[in-house]
Design a protein around this ligand. Structure first.
Ligand SMILES: [Zn+2]
Length: 226
C-alpha cells in the first residue's frame, strides 16, 4: 500500500515523505504538458537566482570553517525571497543551501543562542536559591521588590555572560553567512533573506538537501521525450 512510484520526480523528497502514499498525492501525477508549464514557471522565477547560489549545495566542504576546512555534514538553509518585477503581490522564494560541518553547525547555533541559554540558566539558578524559605524571607524582609529585581538581574547577568562566551565560541567559524560570495551574488540580484534577526538571516540546519525541482523536472521531461 505504501509502495512509492520509482519514476516520480518527487520520490525521496521531504514532500514525498510527508505525503507517504502515492494515492494521496497529485503533484507526482501531472501530465507531461503540465510538467513543462510547471518547469517554465519555476525557471522563470529562478531566472534571476544566480547559478552559483544554486550550485552551492553541491559542495563537499564546509563554507563556514575559518582556517582548516572540514568536510560538510549538513546544510545551513537560508530562505531567500525576491519580489517579482512588475508585481507588488507576487514574491518568489528559493533556499540557498550552504554546506556546513558538524563543528561549525554547533558553534554557529551556540554562538547565536548563548545569551538566551545562559539567561535562562541563571534565572533558573536564582529561582532554586530563592526556593529556600529562609533566603526568600530575608530578601522579602528588605523589600517585596527585591525578588523580581534579583530575577531580572540574574537574567541580565546570564545574558551578558552568555553573549561573551558566544563571542569566544565564534573563533574558527564564519558567523556572517551573508558574506559568502554566493549569497552576496544572490543579494545583488535582488534576493534577500526572508527571516532575519538583526543583520544576520535566520538559519535552519538540514541533513537532507532539498531537491532542485527544476533539475528533476528537466530530467523527467527528457525521459518522456526519449
Ligand atoms: Zn566548518
Amino acid at each position: 500500500m505504501n509502495e512509492k512510484r520509482a519514476d516520480c520526480i518527487f520520490n525521496g523528497s521531504e514532500y514525498c515523505r510527508l505525503v507517504r502514499i502515492c494515492s494521496r498525492c497529485d503533484v507526482g501525477k501531472l501530465d507531461p504538458e503540465l510538467e513543462k508549464v510547471l518547469l517554465d514557471d519555476i525557471e522563470h522565477k529562478l531566472a534571476t537566482f544566480p547559478q552559483q547560489t544554486r550550485d552551492m549545495a553541491q559542495g563537499d566542504l564546509c563554507r563556514l570553517c575559518k582556517g582548516e576546512t572540514r568536510e560538510a555534514d549538513c546544510y545551513a538553509v537560508v530562505e531567500l525571497a525576491r519580489p517579482e518585477s512588475g508585481s507588488d503581490m507576487i514574491t518568489s522564494f528559493a533556499p540557498a543551501l550552504v554546506p556546513v560541518c558538524k563543528k561549525c553547525r554547533g558553534r554557529y547555533s551556540f554562538s547565536r543562542n548563548a545569551g538566551w541559554i545562559m539567561a535562562s540558566l541563571f534565572t533558573l539558578a536564582m529561582l532554586i536559591v530563592l526556593s529556600v524559605t529562609a533566603i526568600r524571607e530575608f530578601f522579602v524582609g528588605i523589600s517585596p521588590l527585591t525578588l523580581p529585581g534579583l530575577l531580572a538581574a540574574s537574567a541580565a547577568l546570564g545574558y551578558l555572560i552568555g553573549h561573551l562566551i558566544g563571542r569566544i565560541g565564534r573563533a574558527g567559524v564564519n558567523m556572517h553567512i551573508m558574506s559568502l560570495d554566493e549569497l552576496k551574488a544572490a543579494r545583488a540580484a535582488g534576493w534577500e533573506p526572508v527571516f532575519a534577526s538583526g543583520k544576520e538571516p535566520k538559519v535552519l540546519f538540514s541533513y537532507e538537501a532539498l531537491p532542485d525541482i527544476a533539475e528533476l523536472l528537466k530530467k523527467r521531461i527528457d525521459t518522456h521525450q526519449a
